[in-house]
Design a protein around this ligand. Structure first.
Ligand SMILES: [Zn+2]
Length: 416
């Protein structure tokens, strides 16, 4: 049993003073006021008490690349590293995520399906880390955006085959690069579409055969509209670019997303938005991020994600990424709700995690202070519980050789 002075169950405003959570077999068995939970527990159940702290659901990072190093040239280092080195890096990144309270992360592009090995190593208890939802190789045209992840497809038959290949290798989600991006020399530009609406629809239909959601990387407003019409589950970045340095908040687009239950994972890391403020000033940065408030105003679910692993995108300050929303004027309880309940629903795992409720995984975070008043409190972590396993920040041992646990579960023989 874990007790805390304050218990935030996840939904904004859902606060229990003097709360407790009873955990057994990796799941939440009971939660609520301490006396009620204690009545359901064996009298000698081990108890961790945090009378001055707040307990809340573990956080969800909707978009990361654990195989990338977050350095100045993450693509070169991805392509130049041995599988052993990549696996060690992934294990370290997973530990960093857990250290900052992330208990679920979606990996939207790795190399060779290593993220499946990571997922299974963590699930088995061989490695500490968050639950991983793995996309493996994102679909992209030949030499298109992020072709180096291994998902190049030239026509619809190959698109469907790549979906089947990812599914067979254990993917939890299918990722498609609906537009260009900015880390692949020679590929289409960010606002240019890489797939037709019909092709995207075929990818969604094929993924649906395996019960898998589709995450569409889409910067361009045209590619976003195509992804909406195809019925993807989430739109990554959702930058709404209509040309170079030109965005377009197109009428009907946000309504279309909200109406079809399509969420936006706008991928802003802890350093990104602060750098934009430094470079553009407060006004300029607010204009840049106005798409987030615009989407929110139209009822689109925003899923916090960091794109951790790409250029200078770290894995060790998720609170810093959430603080963007606080700076934009979102009340802290709503941001917590976005990073827990709503993110879990958007990623299709709300029957597993995202709230403190009986039957869900024991994914918990205990912090000093009141994060529902100021998100900075999310950095004062006392305890993280991931699928019932207790983790104290900084307690991940030297992980130099921990990648072997990933490689041991790495079964895809088709990717090099
Ligand atoms: Zn990404």
């Amino acid at each position: 049993m874990i007790t805390a002075g304050r218990l935030l169950r996840g939904p904004a405003g859902d606060l229990v003073t003097g709360g407790a959570v009873l955990v057994a077999g990796g799941a939440i068995v009971a939660e609520g006021p301490r006396a009620e939970v204690a009545a359901e527990a064996a009298h000698d159940v081990p108890t961790l008490d945090f009378p001055t702290a707040t307990m809340l659901p573990g956080l969800v990072n909707g978009h990361a690349h654990l195989a990338m190093d977050g350095g100045a040239d993450p693509v070169a280092s991805l392509l130049g590293s041995s599988p052993e080195r990549l696996a060690d890096d992934m294990a370290r990144h997973a530990g960093q995520l857990l250290d900052c309270g992330v208990t679920t992360v979606r990996d939207l592009g790795d190399r060779g399906g290593l993220s499946v090995g990571l997922r299974d190593a963590i699930a088995s208890g061989a490695l500490p880390g968050p639950r991983v939802l793995a996309a493996i190789a994102p679909l992209t045209p030949p030499r298109g955006h992020c072709w180096f992840f291994g998902g190049e497809v030239a026509d619809e038959a190959r698109m469907r085959a790549m979906v089947r290949r990812n599914a067979a290798a254990g993917a939890d989600v299918i990722k498609v690069m609906a537009s260009g991006g900015h880390i692949t020399p020679g590929a289409p530009r960010m606002w240019e579409s890489q797939f037709t609406a019909g092709e995207l629809a075929a990818i969604v239909a094929e993924a649906d055969e395996f019960g898998l959601p589709v995450a569409a990387h889409a910067h361009g407003v045209e590619s976003i509209e195509r992804a909406i019409s195809a019925g993807v589950s989430t739109i990554e970045h959702c930058t709404l670019l209509a040309g170079e340095n030109r965005t377009e908040l197109r009428p009907g687009l946000a309504e279309g997303m909200a109406g079809r239950g399509i969420s936006a994972c706008c991928t802003v890391g802890c350093d990104d938005w602060r750098r934009e403020i430094a470079e553009r000033g407060e006004e300029g940065a607010r204009a840049l991020y106005s798409r987030l408030t615009w989407l929110d105003r139209h009822g689109v679910t925003l899923v916090p994600g960091t794109d951790g692993g790409v250029h200078n995108a770290r894995f060790d300050d998720f609170a810093g990424a959430l603080e963007l929303y606080e700076w934009l004027g979102f009340p802290a309880p709503r941001v917590i709700e976005m990073a827990t309940v709503r993110a879990a629903a958007a990623l299709g795992v709300d029957d597993v995690t995202g709230r403190i409720a009986p039957g869900l995984a024991a994914d918990l975070l205990v912090v000093d202070g009141e994060p529902d008043h100021t998100l900075a409190a999310l950095r004062a972590i006392r305890l993280v519980v991931a699928a019932g396993r207790v983790h104290r920040p900084g307690a991940v041992p030297g992980q130099e050789k921990s990648g072997s646990a990933i490689l041991a579960r790495f079964t895809s023989e088709t990717w090099g």
